[in-house]
Design a protein around this ligand. Structure first.
Ligand SMILES: NC(=O)c1ccc[n+]([C@@H]2O[C@H](COP(=O)([O-])OP(=O)(O)OC[C@H]3O[C@@H](n4cnc5c(N)ncnc54)[C@H](O)[C@@H]3O)[C@@H](O)[C@H]2O)c1
Length: 406
């Protein structure tokens, strides 16, 4: 039996996927309200294909509980934030979940850490817990790291099709966990050692962050020169070995805006490019705010409360708003003591920020300058509603003439 610990954006679909493919699974989360919702037959967030997957898993017998189970295999998928001061990974949730597992697990159990962690975290933070619980790794407890690569918005497809990496102390247990993931995963599953697996996951997200930062830096240079960054990138990308990403209003979510900091925290004198890249990405919400003030001056607008931000989530067509550029921009604006920007997001039903609207028409009626922060399908379909508005398009999706860009 597999006990999945942490039923959030990663743990829940993973547990459902395994249960749907014949594995006996109990999902555990210490958030009782979340467990109650799941037991009432409702998934806790929106994602393409998740409802169907949920139903299949329930029919196959998945159970949800707030208690840790006696199981052969544990999969820990809890948050791994970074310490804002040291930039290092903050492993407190993983440590606490592992401590709870070690109180109930039988000898011989396999403990898989799925959470993203910096290289060496299992050595520094998990092995000592195993020893303190009176177990010996490799005999009583088998440790495996199985980082996850899926992207919100396409999670179900990617769980089935992505290649995966597993890190294990012992080849035999690496292969055992590989067979478990292969129950549903059609991609290639590479088995390596634990520290290499830890490093690969952080490096993958760091590669993305650095490349996004390059595009963002180009956007700033082109703004300075009053040149069209999108045209420049389009032409450069016709070179056979150039593939520049698109600039944007910043980076959010719990991966690309977080994980590269782990390397900066652990290797401050070495991770220079990464450090600068993260700072560049983090500077983008402020860059957009300055752009808003520039455009207002150019248009003779004086009332910031007539400016509206379209999109509160960190990416299109999902309801995850963690670390989103729009929230960063609003926080920055509050710090500058000039609150009043309006906002709207079709995926955020509850009141998240001040001056938030819950319908597109009401939002557009209330503003003169619309800032497209997120390229949800809704606004792509309803572009016509932006006629007559001043538009700052941070996603380069609006084909109308006279649109401003970052
Ligand atoms: N969200 C993503 O897109 C994504 C993608 C790849 C990897 N990851 C990584 O996966 C890990 C999990 O991220 P997430 O987005 O699923 O987080 P999340 O916040 O959505 O979910 C974590 C869940 O763990 C529960 N939890 C925390 N500590 C617990 C404990 N001790 N016992 C039981 N339950 C506990 C919380 O209540 C929460 O429901 C992180 O390391 C993240 O970096 C996330």
């Amino acid at each position: 039996m597999v006990n999945v610990i942490g039923l959030g954006y990663i743990g829940l679909p993973t547990a459902l996927m395994m249960a749907s493919h014949g594995v006996e699974v109990v999902g555990t989360d210490y958030n009782a309200a979340l467990v109650d919702t799941l037991n009432a037959g409702r998934p806790t967030f929106k994602e393409d294909g998740l409802e169907e997957l949920f139903q299949t898993a329930v029919d196959a017998g998945i159970k949800f509980s707030h208690e840790y189970q006696v199981a052969d295999t544990y999969i820990i998928s809890v948050p791994t934030p970074y310490d804002k001061f040291s930039k290092k990974v903050d492993p407190c949730y993983v440590v606490s979940a592992a401590e709870s597992v070690l109180k109930v697990c039988p000898k011989g159990a396999t403990v898989v850490i799925e959470s993203t962690i910096s290289p060496g975290t299992i050595d520094r933070s998990i092995r000592p817990l195993v020893a303190a619980a009176g177990f010996t790794t490799g005999r009583d407890i088998h440790l495996v790291h199985a980082p996850e690569r899926i992207i919100p918005g396409n999670m179900v497809y990617e769980l089935l099709h992505n290649n995966r990496t597993l890190g294990a102390d012992e080849r035999e247990y690496g292969e055992k966990v590989k067979a478990l993931y292969a129950s549903f995963c059609q991609g290639e599953i590479v088995v390596t050692d634990i520290k290499t697996a830890e490093m690969t996951k952080v490096v993958e997200n760091t590669f993305r962050a650095v490349n996004i930062a390059f595009a963002n830096e180009l956007a700033k240079i082109c703004r300075h020169e009053n040149m069209d960054v999108y045209e420049i990138i389009r032409i450069c990308n016709m070179h056979p070995r150039v593939n520049i990403l698109q600039p944007g209003p910043g980076v959010g979510g719990h991966c690309i805006s977080v994980d590269p900091w782990f390397l900066v925290g652990d290797y401050p004198s070495l991770a220079k490019v990464i450090d600068e890249s993260m700072k560049t990405n983090d500077s983008m919400p402020d860059f957009v705010l300055n752009r808003i003030y520039e455009i207002m001056r150019e248009k003779g607008m004086t009332d910031i409360t007539r400016v509206g931000l379209y999109g509160l989530t960190y990416k299109e067509n999902v309801d995850d708003f963690r670390e989103s550029p729009t929230l960063q921009l609003l926080e920055s604006q509050e710090r500058h003591l000039a609150p009043g920007l309006k906002s709207y997001d079709p995926f955020i039903k509850r009141d998240l920020v001040k001056n938030q609207y819950h319908d597109l028409d009401g939002f557009l009626d209330a503003v003169d300058l619309v800032v497209i922060m997120v390229k949800h399908d809704e606004i792509k379909r309803q572009m016509g509603k932006l006629h007559g508005k001043v538009v700052l398009d941070c996603q380069n999706i609006c084909p109308m003439p006279g649109v401003y860009h970052i």
